[in-house]
Design a protein around this ligand. Structure first.
Ligand code: NAD
Ligand code: UFG
Length: 349
């Protein structure tokens, strides 16, 4: 059977570009739709260098109904992987309307265009940030939801919309129901082993790993460690860091699962994509110094508002139902981050 054709929204971005590499290497045909609001076409040129294969590209905004309708009319798409979105928590607090418009409205336009074209297989980039307060730091998919900032709420709203769309199939006696995987990412880091693609944040990074690697290369002077008085062994925050290549392999497993018995009658189901293992901020700093041989200058400062002490995945469902588990360890994540950063000190610029 011929491999499917996949439309990848946000495919020029950090995670999307790594997904394009894995999809092309697995012989899928792909078409990328990206408005380049947080990326450059250079990432896609490099995807094609790494794989020796071509992909289709449309510079378009997912909120542009006419553009999406034309793309679905021109390309025979089987499945959509939906990465396109804005993702900065701080910016989402300052500009909530922008986040709801881009992420939530954008997804509605996309699903309407899909439905009109008869494309009903979707893999969605959700986030561990949709989870609410919990007594256990190891989050399973059935834990209560309760995002605490507009970015997180935009993801939670999209999950609700997608669940409702899927539930409506039964009421409407749809012969071709929606098949939707909601992939809740924990903390993606690292880069492709070639060092040709990686994370290229605009301005000063918000996230730990890009900040640490920019300190290591001398672009930034000092890391601020946000709090060392959490109830964790060394007092700093613990997260579940996952190699971006492992993460995108989970998307390929999800596409395959949508064709399997578990989704035979359709459905919309969440899956955690994490390793199940947490590391503290100081453990990340130590690993970076050990693997790269570079000193990381840091100081302890106060806690960052909205941060949890500890958050890591229960990844059992992804293993049982998708046959996926993360394979790379923290040293791989650090080595690949550093390989990308040191070969591309200015990112894709
Ligand atoms: P990214 O910013 O590198 O990639 C997102 C891409 O989407 C960019 O290329 C951007 O230009 C594009 N885009 C944004 N809005 C668009 C629109 N309206 N129309 C067309 N294209 C648009 O981010 P990323 O880290 O690759 O994240 C991909 C997805 O994963 C996002 O939805 C993000 O919310 C989600 N996610 C990321 C993380 C993380 O830590 N990186 C964690 C959890 C979830
Ligand atoms: N941290 C620092 N200094 C920094 C940056 C981060 O000490 O300069 C600490 C944070 O306090 C936290 C840990 O490093 O303890 C990780 O912080 P990140 O900002 O890298 O990641 P978060 O877990 O806060 O958030 C990430 C994404 C969110 C997403 C969330 C859950 O940035 O978009 O994971 O998926 F919602």
């Amino acid at each position: 059977m011929a491999k499917k054709k996949i439309l990848v929204t946000g495919g020029a971005g950090y995670i999307g570009s790594h997904a394009c590499v894995e999809l092309l290497q697995a012989d899928y045909d792909i078409v990328v739709v990206d408005n380049l609001s947080n990326s450059k076409t250079e990432s896609l040129a490099r995807v094609q260098n790494i794989t020796g294969k071509a992909l289709g590209f449309y510079q378009a905004d997912i909120r542009d109904r006419t553009a999406l309708t034309e793309i679905f009319a021109k390309e025979v798409i089987d499945t959509v992987i939906h990465f396109a979105g804005l993702k900065a928590v701080g910016e989402s607090c300052a500009k909530p309307d922008l986040y709801y418009h881009n992420n939530v409205y954008g997804t509605l336009v996309l699903t309407e265009a899909m439905q009109a074209a008869g494309v009903k297989e979707l893999v969605f980039s959700s986030s561990a940030t949709v989870y609410g307060e919990s007594t256990s730091p190891q989050y399973a998919e059935d834990f209560p939801l309760g995002a605490i900032n507009p970015y997180g709420r935009s993801k939670a709203m999209i999950e609700d919309i997608l669940r409702d769309l899927s539930a409506a199939d039964a009421i409407n006696h749809e012969s071709r129901p929606w098949k939707i995987a909601l992939l809740r990412y924990f903390n993606p880091i690292g880069a492709h082993e070639s060092g040709l693609i990686g994370e290229d944040p605009n301005g000063i990074p918000n996230n730990l790993m890009p900040y640490v690697s920019q300190v290591a290369i001398g672009k930034l002077v000092q890391l601020s460690v946000f709090g060392n008085d959490y109830p964790t062994p060394d007092g700093t925050g613990i997260r579940d860091y996952i190699h971006v290549v492992d993460l995108v392999k989970g998307h390929i497993k999800a596409i395959e699962a949508l064709d399997g018995d578990g989704f035979a009658a359709g459905g919309c189901r969440p899956y955690n994509l994490g390793t199940g293992q947490g590391y503290s901020v100081l453990e990340i700093v130590d690993a970076f110094e050990r693997v790269t041989g570079r000193p990381i200058n840091y100081k302890i400062v106060g806690r960052r508002a909205g941060d949890l002490a500890e958050c890591f995945a229960n990844p059992d469902r992804a293993l049982q139902e998708l046959g996926w588990r993360a394979e790379k360890n923290l040293d791989d994540m650090v080595a690949d981050t550093w390989n990308w950063q040191s070969k591309n000190p200015q990112g894709f610029a």
